[in-house]
Structures are given as C-alpha cells and as structure tokens.
Design a protein around this ligand. Structure first.
Ligand code: DX5
Ligand code: ZN
Length: 192
C-alpha cells in the first residue's frame, strides 16, 4: 500500500513550506478548496514533485491541469468532468464523501477512486471508519486503484490496509509531522 503525503495550505507561504517538507516524496496529494464546495479555501504554489490534485470545488472544469486530478461525486457534473479530464490526457479519479454511496457510472468512467474517511475541509480529523467498506464495493464494480483520505495515522493506517486500500493520503501524520520523512518511513514499516 502506497502512502501519499498531503498538502493542505491556506496561503502561498504555507504551501511552499509544506511542499519543502515532502520534496522527497514521489507523489504528493494537493488539496484544492474553493470556499464553495467546502467553506475553506486553499492556496497553491510551485512544486517539483508529481502531484495528485484533490478538487474539493463546486465546478472542477476550471481546475483541470497537471497529470492527475480527483473530482468529487458531489460536485457539478462529475461524469462530464471525468470525461473532459481524460480527453485532456489526465488521469482522473472519483472521490466519495463519507455519506455518499458509490455510484456505478462514475466508477466506470474513472481511472481510480478515493474513499473519503472525513468530511472534506480540514486535516487532523478523526477517521470515519464506516466508510472503509466502500473500498470492497468499488473493487467489485471495477478493478481500479482505491485510496483512502482522512484521519490516517499510526492507529488507523492498518484498518485502511485491511479494508483493501491501494494508497492512503496522510497530511497531519506525514507532511505536518516534526520529521515528515521519518514519519513516512515508520508508517510504511507498520504496513509491511
Ligand atoms: C480533507 C482533505 C484531506 C486532508 C487529510 O479535506 O481532503 O486530504 O488533508 O488530512 P489528515 O491526513 O490530517 O486527515
Ligand atoms: Zn485530500
């Protein structure tokens, strides 16, 4: 199971600080919030790592850039966005909020999926473990990679692994840790 460090930044300065903390990672998950889909707003900046943009925005069409994006099932026309992203050559994932059921036609159109185990908006929330059962449901529909986002730490990461996750996002447990690289390695060790 892969661990992808997350960046959730409220200012450009904060973004570059967090980006530096995880510059060693092979891929980074960048949270993008527009203040409409969720109350919070984020800032972006330059980053040298390969990025997965998690679009917590009402209209994701304006945010289709980079190599990999994740669009929310609860946002505007997710099916159209997935198709448009793929036409642009992006790898496109579909995210489901904890309360949202898995939607077959969105899974069919997506390259991978993200199961949210917190309600989007903030890092450092408690994992809603009940949502983990969606991983198996998704995999029954299509053999795709499924990630888990929200509340991943030393006491929850194994539950995500046991539930069948292919990757997990970790913001407070890795990027915001005192020693991010060490935290990453220790989490990785725990999963072996
Ligand atoms: C939640 C974001 C998550 C968040 C995870 O709105 O989508 O990616 O950064 O933070 P932790 O790992 O601290 O729960
Ligand atoms: Zn995220």
């Amino acid at each position: 199971m892969r661990i992808v460090p997350g960046i959730l930044a409220r200012s450009a300065k904060e973004f570059s600080r967090q980006a530096k903390c995880v510059a060693w990672a092979s891929k980074v998950h960048v949270d993008v919030m527009d203040g409409k889909f969720v109350r919070q707003k984020t800032s972006q900046g330059k980053i040298s790592t390969s990025v997965q943009f998690h679009l917590m925005v009402r209209d994701a069409q304006k945010y289709l850039r980079g190599k990999e994006i994740i669009v929310h099932a609860e946002s505007k026309s997710p099916l159209v966005i997935l198709k448009n992203a793929k036409t642009k050559g992006l790898r496109a994932g579909i995210a489901f909020n904890p309360e949202t059921s898995v939607i077959r036609e969105l899974i069919n159109a997506a390259d991978f999926a993200l199961v949210m185990t917190v309600n989007p908006g903030r890092s450092g929330q408690k994992m809603l473990r009940n949502a983990l059962k969606k991983i198996k449901l998704i995999k029954k529909l299509k053999r795709i990679s499924v990630g888990v986002d929200g509340g991943i730490n030393f006491s929850t990461i194994l539950a995500a692994k046991k539930a069948g996750a292919d990757f997990v996002v970790a913001t407070s447990a890795v990027t915001l840790a005192k020693d991010p690289r060490k935290a990453f390695k220790e989490l990785k060790k725990l999963c072996r």
